[in-house]
Write a protein that binds this ligand. Structure first.
Ligand code: F3S
Length: 755
């Protein structure tokens, strides 16, 4: 048993009381989302009603999950926290660093060889601090979590945006940055703005060619990539209960594509069946015991408009299979409209590759329905026109579908089985010929289809669909093929029609696996040594950031005045930099290289005030650092939007930037800056942005009496000897001011545990 039954018992033991108190305080029936959130308040029982979309609330999540690309910095920070063991059950999953190229065995062996240093590090830290470790090849984080750890009514955070997948088992599961994971593993509260609520009522029943994936593809078309921002999506209705648990997982998974905080479903029979078939009958029995609390109060679903901020209704009986894309997951086209849309937009219609699997769609049900189509290739004398690949979500699924003969059926249509890992979904696909950048079309059952996402080719038109539809389109080799109405010409020249897919929700013979790839941590890890080679290019132990010197900051040089959009990608790029995520000094060489310099409109070209020469941002900042001079970054509106990666805050801190002064911040980045001991400031008068000149030297005054709600004074010393004095606001509370003084939030955590 890898899951923590005692923890689940504890959560369920207090759940009914906490829900009752919350209902009393809020003074009305509660949605499922509210029940789970109020049952996980950091302080315990609810004492006040929180305003949705406004109040910041401290929560106590039950679990933490991390994938290998983000776990590195999360764990490097955690190692600084001074704890012997993680405070909540946590796991690490090695899935992002495996390149899909030849076949699963060859690809896995290559990755283990190339990334052994990172894997060894993650394994030994996990072993030392009581973290469950899932080896490379064990599977993709979200599938493994669904199979082993997710439980109805639970709350978890994970260092990956598709952590939301666990909503399929009735959780509130949210993607976060590594710094947040570090806090929760250290035993601290986790803050979230009380989300707004979107209710989606599913009526009718899926049938024929339509799959759970089509529900979320349709929702993405309605809400767009931003429509779910700041909200939790709660699904309900007869259509929800008639769907499999893993299908619900698919829907929740792609909630990330509409920007939702997370999505969830109420506990039902499908979840009970899934828990039982994945070896968790005890959890199902416990959930049955508090069943009425693991769904919304009856009044809510009877009158959803009264309780949700927005309500959408979808009739599954009438839902058509969809294809979303290219280049964005919210461009939704029902299959019957694809012919005209493709012609109108000039999309290439020849399907080169069909790819199924990934964390989004690799359940037994998905694969069994796809295989029912693959079987028809031989039965109906067809030939598969496109290449076809499968990335199983876990070793348990892979082993079971092999045992049940599915892989051999896929083999007969020439399919390639990649390792149980992210592979083509995260650009880790060494696709032959991709470097030629030819215009081409692929269809896949993954979740994201941004340009270059799968194979690095900006001219690959990627369309997202259910695994069933992907298989049918790969057989036809044609994007405009509508299996509901169209026929295919077989080898004998006859016209044949594909029968609608059919399959099993769960394996009739049960799941099986020989080696799931799990490594339990040592019971007492105190003697475990974590080794990091000081010469490593990929890993570097962190040194604590120095405490504030106790004085105002004088003589800061302007590093860059960024113009326009400056997201975390502009501040700390991804792509090829992914491999340095565990090495702060090396990844700092991408600091702000994507930001546009206001004064010359160029990226990665700023004036070094010590020499007068223009050069790359990181090199210029390193020159200031070498000279012992602090600096300041100036930015525009919504600075730091995008991902929650803490590298965007740690890099400037590491290189000696002291303050970031902007018109406005994206909230998570602002918090990340504060956590790392930086000054995150906003112009009291946004017009003062214009007063910042290229050769400015800046003083920040008022730090010795740094107080919540009180502006700081900035003196801008211009090159011509003139001066401007401006005010800068901040949103630091008492505790965050202590972070600044200590040099970082982590320094305080460490002091607490040392004390
Ligand atoms: Fe991996 Fe793609 Fe899922 S990167 S975690 S398979 S979204």
């Amino acid at each position: 048993m890898v899951f923590d039954l005692e923890m689940i018992k504890k959560v369920y033991a207090q759940f009914p009381d906490r829900v009752a108190k919350a209902r009393q305080v809020v003074g009305r029936p509660l949605t499922l989302t509210e029940k789970i959130l109020y049952a996980h308040l950091w302080q315990g029982d609810a004492t006040q009603a929180y305003e949705r979309g406004k109040s910041y609330v401290d929560f106590a999540p039950d679990r933490v999950a991390m994938q290998d690309a983000t776990a590195q910095m999360a764990l490097l920070q955690f190692m600084q926290a001074g704890r012997n063991k993680v405070a909540v059950p946590s796991t690490v999953h090695c899935d992002h660093l495996i390149v899909a190229k030849d076949d699963s065995k060859t690809d896995l062996a290559r990755a283990v060889n190339e990334s052994s240093e990172v894997y060894d590090f993650l394994a030994s830290v996990s072993n030392k601090y009581g973290i469950g470790f899932w080896k490379p090849g064990a599977g993709i984080i979200h599938q493994v979590v669904l199979e082993n750890y997710a439980f109805p009514g639970g709350m978890m955070i994970g260092t990956d945006s598709h952590t939301v997948n666990a909503g399929g088992l009735g959780m509130i599961a949210i993607g976060v940055g590594g710094a947040d994971a570090c806090d929760v593993m250290s035993g601290l509260a986790w803050e979230l703005k009380m989300p707004k609520l979107i209710g989606i009522k599913l009526t009718g029943k899926l049938n024929g060619w339509t799959a759970p994936k089509d529900v979320i593809l349709k929702v993405a078309g309605i809400l767009t990539v931003k429509g779910g921002t700041g909200a939790v999506v709660e699904y309900f209705g007869e259509g929800a209960t008639s769907m499999s648990c893993t299908g619900k997982g698919t829907i929740c998974n792609m909630g990330a594509e509409i920007g939702a905080t997370t999505s969830t479903f109420g506990y039902d029979e499908s979840m009970s069946r899934y828990l039982k078939s994945t070896g968790r009958a005890e959890v199902a029995a416990l959930a049955d015991g508090i069943r009425e609390h693991l769904t919304a109060d009856p009044e809510v679903y009877a009158n959803p408009e009264q309780y949700f901020d927005q309500v959408i209704e979808i009739n599954l009986s009438e839902l058509e299979p969809h294809l979303n894309g290219p280049f964005t997951p919210d461009l939704a086209t029902p299959i019957s409209k694809m012919k005209e849309e493709a012609a109108k937009n000039g999309w290439p219609t020849k399907v080169e590759v069909g790819l199924i699997g990934s964390c989004t769609n690799s359940s037994y049900e998905d694969i069994s329905r796809a295989v029912s189509l693959a079987r028809q290739v031989a039965e109906k004398g067809l030939k598969t026109k496109a290449e076809f690949t499968i990335t199983p979500g876990s070793e348990q699924v892979r082993y079971t579908i092999e045992r049940d003969g599915f892989l051999s059926t896929f083999d007969q249509i020439g399919a390639k089985v990649f390792a149980n890992a992210c592979g083509p979904c995260i650009g880790m696909w060494d696709r032959m010929g991709a470097e030629k950048q030819e215009k081409n079309t692929i269809v896949h059952s993954f979740n994201r289809n941004f340009a270059k996402r799968a194979d690095g080719n900006p001219n690959t038109y990627a369309f997202v669909a259910s695994p069933e539809l992907v298989t049918a389109l790969a057989i036809a080799g044609d994007l405009t093929f509508n299996p509901l109405t169209d026929t295919l010409t077989n080898e004998k020249g006859e016209q044949v029609k594909l029968d609608p897919p059919s399959g099993n929700e769960l394996p009739p013979k049960g799941f099986a696996v020989e080696d799931a790839g799990y490594q339990a941590p040592a019971v007492d890890g105190s003697a475990v040594q974590v080794k990091v080679d000081p010469a490593s290019k990929r890993l570097q132990l962190l040194d604590p950031f120095p405490a504030w010197e106790g004085t105002d900051l004088k003589g800061l040089k302007l590093l860059i005045k960024a113009k326009g959009k400056c997201t975390t990608d502009h501040i700390s790029m991804a792509g090829p930099w992914l491999k340095f995520r565990g090495h702060l000094d090396n990844i700092s060489n991408n600091l702000l290289i994507g930001a546009v310099n206001f004064f010359n409109e160029k990226t990665d070209s700023v004036k070094n005030q010590l020499t007068g020469a223009y050069g790359p941002v990181p090199a210029t900042q390193r020159a200031y650092k070498a000279a012992g001079i602090g600096s300041i970054v100036v930015g525009d509106e919504n600075y730091g939007e995008g991902s929650s990666r803490e590298h965007a805050a740690m890099e400037p801190r590491h290189l000696g930037v002291r303050a970031v002064l902007v018109k406005s911040f994206a909230r998570i980045h602002e918090t990340n800056l504060k956590k790392q001991g930086m000054l995150a400031l906003t112009f009291a008068d946004k017009n003062d942005y214009e007063k910042i000149l290229e050769d400015d030297t800046i003083d920040i005054n008022g730090l010795t009496s740094f107080t919540p709600g009180q502006a700081l004074e900035l003196v801008l010393h211009h090159a011509d000897g003139s001066k401007d004095t401006i005010l800068a606001n901040h949103s630091y509370n008492e505790q965050q001011i202590e972070w600044f003084k200590a040099g970082a939030a982590l320094n305080i955590i460490r002091q607490q545990f040392a004390g």
